[in-house]
Design a protein around this ligand. Sequence first.
Ligand SMILES: [Zn+2]
Length: 208
Amino acid sequence: MLVDMHLHEKTFSLDSFLSLDEIVSIAKARGLDAICITDHDSMGLRQYCEEYSRKTGFPIFVGVEFFSLQGDITAWGIDTFPDHRVDAQEFIDHVNRNQGFCVSCHPFRKNMRGLEDKLREVKGLHGVEVLNGSTPMDLNRTALQYCRELGLKAIGASDAHVPQNVAKYVTWLPEKVDTLPDFIAQLHQCETRPAIWNGSSYDVLTTF
Ligand SMILES: [Zn+2]
């Protein structure tokens, strides 16, 4: 299964130019099996996505990109999240109490929104974006080194706000799933691999 795990839709991410229709049509054209919507500090699109998935049969897993005091963390499997910035550890604990899954986004991107060395301090994080579409490749490689050192799941995601970036990087998972609980279970239980769009298909990688 191939899934883009970090996408912004314009209704609730005010810095995005992408509609859900546009995201899904690009994802389908590239052969993705699902997408995730991870708006900035919002899960407002959840109901619309559920209806959209029901009508079209295309799985959409809605999470959130939460801006903790130490940087952005994407998470799935929570119904609520703090309405103000809290410590990364507090947010990660909240996700774990709900048996969710959480990922450090673009940990080394130079925008003051990545966990950077805090990655080594927090407990209970599950994955690291080793390929983030808004991050230069050398800084993605640093993320890969930390991900390996810490034994976390390697995640690929576009972090797209504009059409040309959608599905540029994605995550490979061994099984195809349709529901959010099955998606979260597989993320916990199985190996994940980052993948790069090469212009005609995806290169699924163990290193880069
Ligand atoms: Zn983002």
